[in-house]
Write a protein that binds this ligand. Structure first.
Ligand code: G3I
Length: 357
């Protein structure tokens, strides 16, 4: 930790001697701990291919495996699917000896409305579950042995309250007919995934589950799924900021989930330089914020290394600041700088804080 402070102090002082050093591979540095991943679009393989090949040993599709991308047409024959983007990502990963996480099978977003439509208006529960089973079976069969882990259900929990009732999955197939306390739409997704590829690790993935009431609800959900033998891991997304949460909070969450006997991964890590709710815009990444970002990344990765036995992967939601979803969220067109590499693909202070400690 003292070395981290030292590096941060150097960065604050504007000393660039660290940046002049050869850039180490984060994947190699973290080899003794856990894989380092990045979310990519198919085009990122061209625009950021060298950086990815040098820095990460795990990939996840930012959008290409979501229902509306990979399964854009009605039905379940091959003409209903478009595997091109997902296949390109898997091929790149195989070529570079990287593993692949699958993201995501069942989510309230990016499911085409036709999935939930039937002859009489809304599709029946039986129709929706059949489409779900077909979709999951097709994907897990195609990528068996190539995708080692799947985010089977993404964000089923509401921020406040119990379940996300605005999800079309919940609305059409969420009724808890088996009385296990979990919407059947979620349980069925795990059952279909388990039987389609018993070798894949099945994850529940969500944001905001590192603290508070949502942590408790996620804990109970994963516990119930684990008792049924349906879940192997929990993904804490990690869309955080340079202000919150603190590393101790994240550590406690990792330990709490791990106490259930499941793997824990940080699946979508990025640290916005804006406070939650702040809608102002910065013209550039101010040095004081870059320094704060480096210090927070350092503290988080210190926890991640300590928890390496329980943490089986850390995936960034992007690779460099020129391509980040945060440029369109929560303020469309506002620049953010949440990752370890800058818009010029060069390592930021945050990179050095994570790579050297
Ligand atoms: O593919 C279409 C393209 O054809 C069209 O021309 C263009 C016009 O807007 O939109 C394209 O789709 C966009 C898609 O990203 C692919 O680029 C969608 O509008 C846009 O909404 C979508 O955003 C993605 C978002 O999920 C969807 O809600 C983000 O890139 C992606 O980073 C984000 O990722 C999610 C995780 O899956 C789950 N956790 C939260 C995370 C951030 O929201």
């Amino acid at each position: 930790m003292r070395r981290v402070v030292f590096f941060s102090a150097l960065l604050v002082a504007g000393i660039s001697s660290i940046e002049a050093q050869p850039v180490p591979s984060l994947a190699a540095v973290y080899q003794p701990y856990f894989p380092i991943g990045a979310a990519v679009e198919p085009q990122t393989l061209q625009t950021h291919g060298d950086l990815l090949a040098a820095q990460v040993n795990s990939l996840v599709a930012e959008n290409a495996m979501k229902w509306d991308h990979i399964h854009p047409r009605r039905g379940n024959d091959s003409s209903a699917y478009n595997f091109s983007g997902a296949d390109a990502i898997v091929a790149f990963a195989q070529e570079h000896g990287m593993r692949v996480r699958g993201h995501t099978l069942i989510w309230h977003q990016q499911g085409p409305p036709m999935v939930f439509r039937g002859a009489g208006g809304q599709a029946t529960r039986a129709e929706v579950l059949e489409r779900m089973r077909d979709h999951i079976t097709t994907l897990l069969t195609r990528y068996r042995g190539k995708v080692y882990a799947w985010d089977v259900v993404n964000e089923a929990l509401a921020d406040a309250g119990a379940w996300r009732t605005d999800s079309p999955w919940f609305q059409t197939a969420g009724a808890d007919e088996d009385g296990d306390g979990i919407p059947d739409s979620s349980v069925k997704a795990f059952e279909y995934a388990r039987s389609a590829d018993p070798t894949a690790k099945l994850f529940y993935n969500d944001y905001g589950i590192e603290a508070g009431d949502k942590l408790e609800r996620a804990y109970n959900l994963v516990k119930a799924l684990k008792q049924k033998g349906l879940v192997d891991g929990v993904g804490i997304q990690g869309h955080w900021s340079i202000y919150t949460p603190d590393a101790g909070t994240v550590r406690a969450a990792i330990e709490r989930f791990a106490s259930l006997g499941v793997e824990v991964q940080i699946t979508e890590l990025d640290l916005s330089v804006y406070r939650w709710g702040d809608t102002s815009s910065l013209p550039e990444l101010r040095p004081d914020l870059a320094s704060r970002q480096a210090a927070r990344y350092a503290a988080l990765f210190e926890v991640f290394r300590k928890e390496a036995g329980k943490l089986t992967g850390v995936t960034f939601w992007g690779v460099a600041d020129d391509e980040t979803w945060l440029d369109s969220f929560p303020v469309a067109g506002r620049k953010d700088w949440p990752l370890l590499f800058g818009t010029d693909h060069q390592p930021k202070g945050a990179f050095w804080a994570v790579a050297r400690w």
